[in-house]
Write a protein that binds this ligand. Structure first.
Ligand code: BES
Ligand code: ZN
Ligand code: ZN
Length: 500
């Protein structure tokens, strides 16, 4: 879809539809709504008087103009109450509006800057949110479906603004909205790809594309390299799979003068989690093709970071492997030695995320990285605790936790902090090794987090459990059914916040 901005009058656009917004309780004579109403000799006002248009949040009214003005249709989008209005509402409204119009077979749409003017958003923020919401909301994963005449594409979205002075700001907003949404959609793509096609090798190819495009350093460690580094935990998980594991490392240098000004993003890259020998049940096992959503998120976030160029060095590390039951697979009861030297008793081979993350975090520490955020579809228990409304956040450093939460709230992604206490350690004590890889079902997300934290080695460390939020069961707002691409925008924004 093309996105652009022009100066002009919304009532004079020759297009399939124009979108105008209306706040609940507004009189109806202001802004673009008022202008369109006047051009249609009060037709919108009649609908307001009839009670059909109220401006309620989520309300859409499609009016055919029947040749009275150049736009073939006007879509009036209710923006809800003005006091609760924000950029997130623009993203959601834009997503739903564009999907609705695409569903009607309309391919060219013009819109005003929703929420600027009386909504109080700046022109740049509004433009960003309109474009971000539109691209995110129109996302479909249909590349394996034969072409079908019913599924038309949206071809263009044009922002129409009267004020010439805001053009530069609007263009920058459009660019940023595109950059963010394209990256989220890349993460969605890799998570939606079936596991036979999105193998660790293929994931490393995606990272290579991101590196090429963004001018990032990339290194992909092979099984032998990992063996040389003593990464017994990753290799233990990989041992049951016929697919070679990869350790993907992407590096962005935004502050070469100060190497210690750094951030590590570590993403769980299990391209399929069968559970291994502790095999999962058949119900919904297919969703485990998305067990690399954390890895996809950090790779995609690096693409945004390369474009935004914050003054900070960022390293992404993705331990990528399948977790399969095979003749060479690790067994419950096995003991592996991690890169850190600590030994782990494998209590349950399905608790593999913490294993691959432990070696990846030790590797980050070996590079001198002092702030680490890991992102993982780690535990089913996080959905029991928090549902799908927010992701879990844990951390050894409250300032870093707060920065992540702030980055999330700037991006429309919610995180809720859970506690970590020494008392939980008893649950993952092992009789035969330094620790075991599970802590039983009570507080399963917390013990999972704490086991990872055992490898943070004094770094400021934050763990995001996205097992509940990485997939959606149905389309809502700008989140389509399937992979959500959660955390991509948070991580990119975090790099910006930490860069100051
Ligand atoms: N990948 C799963 C967690 C998961 C569950 C992600 C549902 C997305 C949706 C993870 O590797 C896993 O299997 N965790 C176990 C841990 C347990 C064995 C301690 C779990 O949550 O049951
Ligand atoms: Zn897993
Ligand atoms: Zn698992």
């Amino acid at each position: 879809m093309d996105t652009s901005v022009i100066t002009g009058d919304i009532t004079e656009q020759r297009t399939g539809a124009v979108i105008v917004g209306l706040f609940q309780g507004a009189e109806g004579s202001e802004g673009a709504f008022g202008a369109v109403d006047r051009a249609l000799d009060g037709a919108l006002k009649v609908l307001m008087d009839d009670g059909e248009i109220k401006g309620k949040k989520g309300e859409f009214t499609l009016v055919h103009t029947l040749g009275r003005i150049l736009p073939a249709r006007v879509l009036v989008a209710g923006l809800g109450k003005q006091d609760t209005f924000d950029a997130e509402r623009v993203r959601i409204t834009s997503a739903r509006a564009l999907r609705y119009l695409r569903g009607k077979g309309i391919a060219d749409v013009a819109t005003v800057l929703l929420g600027s003017g009386s909504g109080g958003l700046g022109a740049g923020v509004s433009a960003q949110s309109v474009v971000e919401g539109a691209i995110l909301g129109l996302y479909r994963f249909d590349k394996y479906k034969s072409a079908n005449s019913e599924s038309n594409e949206m071809e263009s979205l044009t922002i129409v603004e009267q004020d010439r002075l805001t053009m530069v700001e609007i263009k920058e907003g459009i660019d940023l909205g595109r950059t963010l949404a394209d990256a989220v959609n890349l993460c969605r793509d890799v998570s939606n790809e079936p596991a036979n096609l999105m193998t660790p090798t293929q994931l490393s190819e995606v990272a290579l594309d991101v590196a090429r495009e963004g001018g990032l350093d990339i290194q992909v460690l092979e099984r032998g390299d990992m063996a040389d580094l003593g990464m017994g935990a990753i290799l233990g998980v990989a041992s049951g799979s016929a697919q070679p594991p990869k350790l993907i490392i992407l590096r962005y240098w935004g502050d070469r003068e100060d190497e210690s000004n750094n951030l590590g993003l570590v993403g769980k890259g299990i391209t399929f989690d069968s559970g291994g020998i502790s095999i999962k049940g058949a119900t919904n096992m297919g969703a485990m093709k998305g067990d690399m959503a954390g890895g996809g998120a950090v790779i995609a976030a690096m693409g945004i970071i390369a474009k935004m160029a914050p003054k900070i060095n960022v390293t992404a590390i993705v331990p990528a492997t399948e977790n399969m039951p095979g003749g060479r697979a690790q067994r419950p009861g096995d003991i592996v030695t991690t890169m850190s030297g600590k030994t782990i008793e494998i209590d349950n081979t399905d608790a593999e995320g913490r294993l691959v993350l432990s070696d990846a975090i030790t590797y980050a520490r070996s590079l001198g990285i002092g702030r680490i955020v890991d992102v993982a579809t780690l535990t089913g228990a996080i959905s029991t605790a928090l549902g799908k409304i927010c992701s879990g956040v844990f951390g050894s450093d409250q300032a870093l936790v707060d920065s992540v939460v702030e980055a999330g709230s700037d991006s429309g992604e919610r995180y809720w902090q859970l506690p970590m206490f020494d008392g939980y350690r008893d649950q993952y004590k092992s009789d035969v090794a330094d620790l075991k890889n599970t802590g039983g079902s009570p507080a399963g997300s917390i013990t999972g987090a704490q086991i990872i934290g055992e490898f943070a080695d004094g770094a400021a460390w934050v763990h995001l459990d996205i097992a509940g939020t990485s997939r959606a069961d149905s389309t809502k707002g700008y989140i389509p059914k399937g992979a959500t691409g959660i955390s991509v925008r948070t991580l990119a924004r975090l790099a910006q916040i930490l860069a100051g």
